[in-house]
Write a protein that binds this ligand. Structure first.
Ligand code: BTN
Length: 250
């Protein structure tokens, strides 16, 4: 992973470039990084905005051999890789403070309860299974709190804001890619249960009261567990359980 790296000054979306490379039959492991995206995309059809030159905006092209039914393990692996890399940076930095790193279902990486990284996994399938997968991730690295959009001031943060010092983006990206390769190769060997266990262990959502937005409707309740297919199971206020496959949880 990363034996071939493209670094762009400005792109529309690194995920779009990686998908084009996938359709051109380029080999897996290709990494596409940009200093700025003018059409960055987030989950649930949202835009992903990041000021130029201070974040990590990256997409990795992969060609998994496991069942397409297990595609969600790719997002699990990516959030765990970022979780591990961010934890390593926060734990070795000489800041004197302790920082809580965790994952919010399904795959936001949080530091001290606020989002520092988001993941957009996109897949294309042909007649006989996978064509390819693209793992896109954005990490807020050297951002002043004032550079975050107003709507994210309360819910998002950056590594430099939490640490109080500049963070080396290249070193962090390198660490994420090393961790991601390790996890991906484990998935290729079929070690789903082990990786699922590591992900669930750092999920901050379980046991908490949650509000889940799905399109125009919102439900409130308590997050009970995550099913084997990655769905969040919520005990809804007023009775009953609901399985959430793709929602926005706060
Ligand atoms: C989210 O909504 O939390 C997911 C955000 C994913 C953003 C990254 S930045 C690099 C890659 N290219 C994109 O257009 N999106 C992903």
């Amino acid at each position: 992973m990363g034996q071939c790296i493209e670094l762009h000054e400005q792109v529309g979306s690194t995920n779009d470039l990686a998908k084009q490379a996938g359709r051109r039959e380029e080999p897996e492991g290709l990494v596409i990084v940009a200093e700025e995206q003018v059409a960055g995309r987030g989950r649930l059809g949202r835009v992903w905005v990041a000021p130029a030159g201070c974040c990590i905006l990256c997409s990795v092209l992969l060609r998994p051999r496991f069942s397409p039914h297990q595609a969600f393990y790719l997002t699990i692996a990516t959030s765990l890789a970022i979780y591990r890399a961010v934890s390593a940076i926060l734990n070795t930095a000489d800041s004197g403070a302790s920082h809580k790193v965790g994952i919010k279902w399904p795959n936001d990486v949080l530091v001290n309860g606020r989002k520092v990284a988001g993941i957009l996994c996109e897949t294309e399938f042909g007649g006989e299974g996978w064509d390819f997968a693209v793992l896109g991730f954005g990490i807020n690295v050297n951002l002043e709190p004032g550079q975050l959009d107003d709507e994210f001031q309360a819910t998002a943060t950056s590594l430099s804001a939490e640490l109080g010092c500049y963070v080396d983006r290249a070193a962090l990206l390198c660490r994420v890619l090393v961790e991601l390769e390790d996890l991906y190769l484990s998935l290729q060997r079929g070690q789903f249960v082990a990786i699922y266990g590591q992900w669930v262990a750092v999920l901050e959502t379980i046991g908490k009261r949650v509000s889940v937005r799905e399109g125009a409707s919102t439900l409130e309740g308590r997050a009970l567990r995550v099913d084997a297919d990655g769905a969040l199971v919520v005990r809804v206020d007023g009775g009953g359980e609901r399985r959430i496959l793709a929602g926005d949880v706060t």
